[in-house]
Design a protein around this ligand. Structure first.
Ligand SMILES: [Zn+2]
Length: 287
């Protein structure tokens, strides 16, 4: 993403939202995560040029998310799920893909991690939430993950490893259909492998740059992601809670260096925007 043109767009964007409006707080929780999409309703418009239709992407993401959730359960705290969904959906509304069925889930895990799945599914662990000091930090992390979905990073990586034909076939497949079962397994395995290995570093830096802009556009102080990366750097590679995140992402100090180069004073206009540390404490039951 060209940071200068993005920043120009930022200034013209309605930055009237210094705080999240009440309407953004009326959204449902992650409880409906697997009921958002009914694969039988998918219209087969796979013939579209340039890849999968949005419906297929959502259906594929649903299968991948279901598989990943099989490994780590969602947190039982409904208020946390609701809070993270409100913040996440408000951020997603500022992107080029506001119409995806954006769903955010808090994972019941002490490990420090967050990840995104095609179609608009974003997960953050309890362990990562516990390291945060303000809602702008949460926004920075969610906006990074949202940017992976907006830029279709995982989808493109899966197309490379599994092939577009197979992905499309699996997106429209019913799991009950024995003939498609093997294809589904193959793609789910490719997904599991991708989430263990991580994306290309270039995709991570791109999500950092775009995420900062999305957070600023949503009315947040844009250094939230920077603050989280500083925390990760301080915790260091010796912390076992960070092993997967460190394995799948460039080192925090490299990400910080790149972000500093990109931001380099450009976002100072937005430095006075909302941090909302008290609201994070209130909803996450901290302090
Ligand atoms: Zn990432």
């Amino acid at each position: 993403m060209n940071s200068r043109s993005t920043l120009a767009a930022l200034t013209t964007a309605a930055l009237t939202t210094l705080a999240i409006p009440a309407s953004a707080f009326d959204l449902g929780s992650a409880a409906g995560i697997l009921q958002n999409v009914n694969p039988t309703h998918i219209i087969d418009n796979a013939k579209k040029l340039g890849g999968m239709s949005q419906e297929e992407e959502i259906a594929l993401g649903q299968k991948l998310a279901a598989n990943l959730l099989g490994a780590v359960p969602l947190s039982k705290s409904k208020s946390r799920q609701r809070y993270v969904n409100r913040v996440g959906r408000w951020l997603a509304m500022q992107t080029e893909r506001p119409d995806l069925p954006w769903t955010f889930g808090v994972l019941d895990s002490d490990s420090i991690n967050a990840f995104a799945v095609p179609g608009g599914y974003v997960f953050v662990t309890e362990g990562l939430l516990r390291t945060m000091h303000s809602e702008s930090e949460l926004a920075g992390v969610l906006a990074h993950e949202i940017s992976h979905v907006v830029q279709k990073h995982h989808l493109k990586a899966l197309q490379k490893s599994a092939g577009l034909g197979l992905l499309t076939e699996v997106a429209v497949a019913s799991v009950d259909n024995g003939n498609k079962r093997m294809a589904v397994d193959k793609v789910v395995n490719a997904g599991t492998e991708l989430y263990a290995r991580g994306l290309d570093k270039g995709d991570e830096y791109a999500a950092d740059r775009a995420g900062v802009v999305v957070a600023a556009r949503a009315g947040y102080e844009p250094y939230g992601l920077v603050a989280v990366l500083q925390t990760l750097e301080q915790l260091g590679g010796g912390d076992s809670r960070l092993s997967l995140l460190f394995k799948t992402h460039p080192a925090p100090q490299d990400r910080l260096k790149r972000l500093e180069q990109t931001m380099d004073g450009h976002l100072d206009t937005y430095a006075g925007q909302a941090q909302l540390d008290a609201r994070l404490r209130k909803y996450l039951g901290k302090g």
